[in-house]
Design a binder for this molecule. Structure first.
Ligand code: NAD
Ligand code: DAO
Ligand code: ZN
Length: 369
């Protein structure tokens, strides 16, 4: 079928809105009509060329919500009309990782997904016979997309897809990192580095967990108001201090915070986040994705003296099992998504969404198809 999509033909260039060809779903796959999609920093990261796994041409987008249009052979858990959120971290419920009870990092389709292809090793997208890659198994910057059945969470059809689409990445990643990865407990102290969609969701998660103090850190003062709305108690702008930011946080909290979260993708900040964690037990969670080839470092004595360095992908959330519950929490008012949506716009304006992100003007822009 012919569909409209935003194509990234090469790194560093704006997306091009054009008609492309989409093949129907093959065995184990599902055709989705995309209703809405968020634009995440990770899309911009890949578009910039800094992503070590970035492939071009590609249809980006991984924070979507849609409706099942057609199912391929062998699909048993979904039917036409179901409302779904695509999962860049699938859940097959059968692989070693899914069965471990220790991680959400399902490997069932990892190899082909990393190559921008469907599980059979081919792409459903093309233009004039030229293959276009899938992105993170989702490719939601398109009117329609094809996604493996194991990478779709079926959700409450009453939920507005132009809001709950953000559970496909940002909101879930932040809240999950707090509740699943760090397991922040009531009364704990927390520092959050970077107040985009991820950092604000970490703040929201910390508030849900009952943290007593939530220190929000960003170089953009304009982020403070929203951070406060989501539950931050303190704001620190590193640019306004001469000392290293970890020292500032340690001095504010005596021995450091119980939990810190890096939500930028800056390796210097990852070090600062670790080093402001409490001596003896502080945990620091890396959420931000650093550029190709970058490395992190600290003095090993930081770990010898009890600090723990961890990472979190999609908040440690098993999408098919847990995402429907997150949607219900949104519906009951326990999770705030509405305040994360700064702008909504049509697909034709998607490059503006990237501009607003780079200018620090948006938390999330949502594209309504
Ligand atoms: P964003 O661009 O919306 O927000 C980043 C924020 O960091 C901005 O407010 C910016 O002002 C701030 N910032 C930049 N440099 C800073 C510095 N030196 N000190 C303090 N603050 C600084 O990004 P986002 O969508 O919230 O994503 C954040 C990161 O999380 C990205 O690296 C993204 O790729 C990554 N991410 C990871 C996962 C995962 O599962 N691990 C999922 C989604 C996104
Ligand atoms: O299973 O090895 C793997 C791939 C992990 C995918 C999770 C990546 C999380 C960070 C990227 C942010 C995506 C929006
Ligand atoms: Zn699996």
């Amino acid at each position: 079928m012919k569909i409209k999509a935003a194509v990234a033909w090469k790194a560093g260039a704006p997306l091009s809105i054009e008609e492309v060809d989409l093949e129907g779903p093959k065995k184990g796959e599902v055709l989705i009509r995309v209703v809405a999609t968020g634009v995440c920093h990770t899309d911009a990261f890949t578009l910039s060329g800094a992503d070590p796994e970035g492939l071009f041409p590609v249809i980006l987008g991984h924070e979507g919500g849609g409706i099942v249009e057609e199912v391929g052979e062998g699909v048993t858990t979904l039917k036409k009309g179901d409302h779904v959120i695509p999962l860049y971290t699938p859940e097959c419920k059968e692989c070693k990782f899914c069965l471990s009870g220790k991680t959400n990092l399902c490997v069932r389709i990892r190899a082909t997904q990393g190559k921008g292809l469907m599980p059979d090793g081919t792409s459903r997208f093309s233009k004039d016979g030229k293959m276009i890659h899938h992105y993170m198994g989702c490719s939601t910057f398109a009117e329609y997309t094809v996604v493996p059945e194991i990478a779709l969470a079926k959700v409450n059809p009453a939920a507005p897809l132009d809001k709950v689409c953000l559970l496909g990445c940002g909101v879930t990643t932040g809240i999950g990192a707090v509740l699943n990865t760090a397991k922040v407990e009531k009364g704990a102290t927390v520092a959050v580095f970077g107040l985009g969609g991820i950092g604000l969701s970490v703040i929201q998660g910390a508030k849900m967990a009952g943290a007593s103090r939530i220190i929000a850190i960003d170089i953009n003062d304009a982020k403070w108001e929203m951070a406060q709305k989501f539950g931050a108690t303190d704001f620190v702008n590193p640019k306004k201090h001469d000392k290293p930011i970890q020292q500032v946080i340690v001095e504010m909290t005596e021995w450091g915070v119980d939990y810190s979260f890096e939500c930028v993708g800056n390796t210097q900040l990852m070090r600062a986040a670790l080093e402001c964690a409490h001596r003896g037990w502080g945990q620091s969670i890396v959420i931000g994705v650093a550029g190709a080839g970058q490395e992190i470092s600290t003095r090993p004595f930081q770990l010898v003296t009890g600090r723990v360095w961890k990472g979190s992908a999609f908040g440690g959330v098993k999408g098919r099992t847990e995402l429907p519950g997150y949607v219900e929490q949104y519906m009951s008012g326990e999770i705030n998504i509405d305040d994360m949506v700064t702008f909504t716009m049509p697909l034709e304006d998607i490059n503006k969404a990237f501009d607003y992100m780079h200018e620090g003007k948006s938390i999330r822009s949502v594209i309504k198809m």
